[in-house]
Every structure is written in C-alpha cells, then in structure tokens.
Design a protein around this ligand. Structure first.
Ligand code: NDP
Length: 295
C-alpha cells in the first residue's frame, strides 16, 4: 500500500502561510496584494474555477478583482482591459482564464500581460526564464506538483522522472522544474513508443494527459512516486458522474511508494500556488523581500 499524497491538506497549510504573509505585508509595508481574474464567456468549468479563485483570494486577505466579459468580446477590448490592469498599481497579478473564445488570439493576450504580473507564468518571457533556470513566475499546477514531490520525497537529485504530456501549461514546465531539481527527465507524449516500458523505468511518474486511467498499475515501478495531474469527468458503472485522473488509481496505489489521488491531489495545489505567485509578484513590484513563510 502506498502513501496517499494529500494535496488538499498541503494546500490548506500553504494557504494559511499565504494568509500570514499577506497580513505581515500589510502590517510592515502597508500594502495588500491584488489579483485580477478575467473571464470571457460562460464556460461552466471556467466559471467554477474563477469563483474559487476569487473566494480563496479574499479568504487569505488579498484583494480580488473580477472582470467578466461576454463570449463575443472583441480581441481589441480585451487588449484594452489588459492594458488597464497592467497600469493599475492595486493589481499585482493578472490571470486570464483559458480557454478564450475562438475570435481571440490567446497567445497575443497572454503575452500582453506585464511579465511581472503574469501569475499564471504563461508569458513567453517567464517560460523562457524557467527553461534557462532563471528566476521567474512559475506556472501554478507544475509548481504544485513540485511542492508535493519535494514534501513527500525530499531531495529529487538523480531520480528518473517520466512526464507524460508535453503541453505548455503542464508537461513542459513540470519537466523544466524536475530538471532544475537534478532529475533525469524523459518527456513522453502521444508519439512515444512503448510508453509502458518507459514508465516502468521511472522513480517519478507525472501524468498530464487528459485520458481517464490511461496509466495502468503494471506500468508503475514498485516504490515509485506517482503525481496524477489529470482531471477527467466520467460516468461510472452505476451511472454516477465522477472525477478520475490519468492513472488507474486502485491498481497503481498497490505498487507505488506514494501517489496523489484525484480529486484531492494536485488539483487543490493549483489555486494555492496562484495565490503564492500573487504575493511573490506583489513583493517584487513593491521592492520588498518575499516573507520567509512562503519563500
Ligand atoms: P493537453 O491536451 O494540452 O496535453 C495533453 C498531452 O498528453 C499532450 O502532450 C499529448 O501528446 C499527450 N498525450 C495524449 N494522448 C497520449 C497518449 N495516448 N500517450 C501519451 N501521451 C499522450 O492537456 P493539459 O496538459 O492541458 O492537461 C492534461 C491534464 O491535466 C488534463 O486532464 C487537464 O484537465 C489536467 N489539468 C489539471 C490541472 C489541475 O489543476 N490539476 C491544471 C491543468 C490541467 P501530443 O503533444 O503528442 O499531442
């Protein structure tokens, strides 16, 4: 039986530390970090995420600014809004909820965000800085994966890590973070040959595919650490809608040394890391040290 990596509990502790940091910044430096979230359209999943982000921002004592725009919003109107938020000193972090509607060029919008306020870490400059090992705002889900790994495994030096998925928002940045921790990193994707054998070499498996329970229990090396990023809504045998990850959890947890569940693993870490990035961004903009509790 493996250790269950409790992302929900870890995220709660992290949020408490963020709340302490926010209180300390207010007391010592008289400012309150602010996060602006922009939602275009009515995608139900995006609406849930944006609501949670706003609620948790306020709960940790920071300012939340929500901008909801209709689905047919013009790209130029969004460009204007980003410009305003870039100039607003009360806004330290800007997050544009993805996906954006078809008429909007997402890459253009993301790269318009002031790089110092890019708390999602998707701006091409932050992406580049991450890949050369420079200081940057790191994408939230990958940052959450790394925190959980370091908390449960400790030093990652020399571990064989297999990351399944090469997206710009999860697979690639998580690979860069693991490389920075001196892992030997293999990035697998849809064209990888014999994925089960590749996985069986891994001390660490990070699955970020979006395919329900694709990674089978017998792909996992005994004692390996498994981080399941996948969030898939499926209908189970009893007709209930349930969330499952990319890993066949019941089988994998019999073999793995430690494993994240879905839900309750990586998911809760994403917003906590977004709040942490907002505090870091605010401190850098104000020219003050990031409080030790979240540094
Ligand atoms: P993408 O669809 O952007 O990328 C999926 C990746 O998986 C691609 O690189 C693709 O390869 C690869 N892939 C697809 N099929 C296979 C296969 N059969 N074998 C090996 N690799 C395959 O997804 P995201 O990275 O955005 O998200 C991945 C998952 O993580 C989703 O379930 C998503 O919901 C979840 N997620 C969870 C978050 C959280 O907060 N916990 C945040 C973000 C995402 P190729 O490049 O060759 O097409």
């Amino acid at each position: 039986m493996s250790t269950v990596i409790d992302g929900k509990a870890y995220a709660e502790t992290l949020r408490a530390r963020i709340a302490e940091s926010a209180a300390e910044l207010k007391l010592k430096h008289d400012f309150v970090p602010g996060l602006a979230v922009v939602l275009v359209g009515e995608d139900p999943a995006s609406q849930v995420y944006v609501r949670s982000k706003a609620r948790q921002t306020v709960e940790v004592g920071m300012q939340s600014f929500e901008h909801r725009l209709p689905a047919d919003t013009d790209e130029d109107d969004l460009v204007d809004l980003i410009g305003q938020l870039n100039r607003d000193p009360a806004v330290n972090g800007i997050l544009v909820q993805l996906p954006l509607p078809k008429q909007v060029d997402s890459e253009r919008i993301i790269n318009m965000i002031d790089v110092q306020k890019d708390v999602d870490g998707f701006h091409v400059e932050n992406t580049g800085r991450l890949s050369i090992g420079a200081d940057s705002l790191v994408p939230c889900t990958p940052a959450g994966c790394l925190m959980l790994l370091k908390h449960y495994v400790g030093d990652l030096t020399g571990q064989n890590a297999v990351v399944i998925g090469r997206s710009n928002i999860v697979g690639k940045p998580v690979s860069m973070l693991l490389l920075r921790e001196h892992c030997t990193v293999t990035i697998a994707h849809s064209r990888t040959r014999d994925l089960p054998s590749v996985c069986r070499q891994a001390d660490i498996v990070v699955a970020a595919v979006g395919a329900p329970e694709m990674v089978k229990g017998d792909w996992i090396k005994p004692g390996a650490t498994v981080i399941d990023v996948g969030i898939n809504r499926i209908t189970d045998e009893s007709g209930n809608k349930v969330l499952v990850g990319d890993v066949e959890y019941d089988a994998a947890q019999k073999v793995a040394g430690a494993i994240t569940p879905v839900p309750g693993g990586v998911g809760p870490m994403t917003i906590a890391c977004l709040l942490r990035n907002t505090v870091i961004a605010a401190c850098r903009q104000q020219g003050v040290d990031v409080p030790d509790s979240i540094g």
